[in-house]
Design a protein around this ligand. Sequence first.
Ligand code: GLN
Length: 455
Amino acid sequence: TDALNAAVDGADRLNAYAHKTPDVAAKQAQAADERLKSGDAPDLCGIPLGIKDLFCTEGTASQAASRILDGFKPQYESTVTTQLFRDGAVMLGKLNMDEFAMGSSNETSAYGAAVNPWRADDGVDLTPGGSSGGSAAAVAADLCLGATGTDTGGSIRQPAAFTGTTGIKPTYGRCSRFGIIAFASSLDQAGPMTRDVRDAAIMLRAMSGHDPKDSTSADIPVPDFEAMLTGDIRGKVIGIPREYHVDGMPGEIEALWTRGTEMLRDAGALIRDISLPHTKYALPAYYVIAPAEASSNLARYDGVRFGHRAKLAQGDGITEMYEKTRAEGFGPEVQRRIMVGTYVLSAGFYDAYYNQARKVRALIKRDFDQVFAEGVDAILTPATPSSAFGLGAMKDADPVQMYLNDVFTVTVNLAGLPGISVPTGLDHKGLPLGLQLIGRPWEEGDLLNTAYALE
Ligand code: GLN
């Protein structure tokens, strides 16, 4: 317990852990010891993990970094964590994140932002990215061996890129969403955040699989992803989408992308220029669909069933209770999303916004289907348009500035595809940069193997 406490305490400066769970960890570690002694040790036996605060863990605080879930301790366990614990993993604690996974910098968290362990020369605290920023910071700082993340529009891949770690968002339906606090249900997927591709392969296998408790989880066999890491990508066709050369992208990110392309070519892959013509509509479509689903999912926080309830004044009725509770419980970004979502779903605007965004989503998916049908095996792009920025740097910026971080990642969620971010270099400030590989549905094994060749 002392050693575990010490390890988790190291996280304090980074604010990566929102809740430490040394008692759970000690119990699970003891059980892992027994299994090791008995010779029946599963893949993750005794491996210390951090769990994003979005996952419900039985009997331990799970509050999506929101005040509105203050004091909420679920009576059940998410399927993903159930499976990780089944395979012997040890939970060190719950990891910081953006409130309800809405954000790209961890700054919307009710716990305050997590800090990137990487330092800029000028000594400014940097964002670890978001929303899985606590997960990324903890893995990068060796405060756990791996962590769970979730990705609705880039929340695994962008923080991985900002911290020099590896993160994969699997195909939509690969991991059960049961027990993961919902943000935008048609986009949300869980995935591992790890130090390297091999660890990601091992952890993803444990997290994946069909679950009758999630009607969108797929009944498709889960291969041994680790066994597929041969490093042989000869003859694989890698697409380079021209629409991802966005205006204002730093030259060093272009250079990194070119270097990644050359690495894959040197490993025997065939490089092909491709077009995904609807890419430029992805961000606007995402920022209609995700808030729409969020406004509906977050309607359940009413001050009655979960967490926080506002203090009421004499004469206050149920309406005042809802209003006060939600005004106090949700932070500004979450309130903004609820308002945008409610608006785009409202009778007068549904067709103009929500329905239009759904059509755009179908076109984005078709772009990908087409290039895969033409023989492309994976698509290589930058993971983010910049390296990690300073905490507070976007404080006075238009919220859309923050949304622009997701320009390379949201397409993948809209199309339900697997995407991985792999650390591939440093920028002129010595900060990590990542490249993204996008794969065919259900072919995470192949995708991991291509990423392995980039590592
Ligand atoms: N940054 C995006 C958003 O704020 C993505 C978040 C996520 O993937 N959970 O919606």
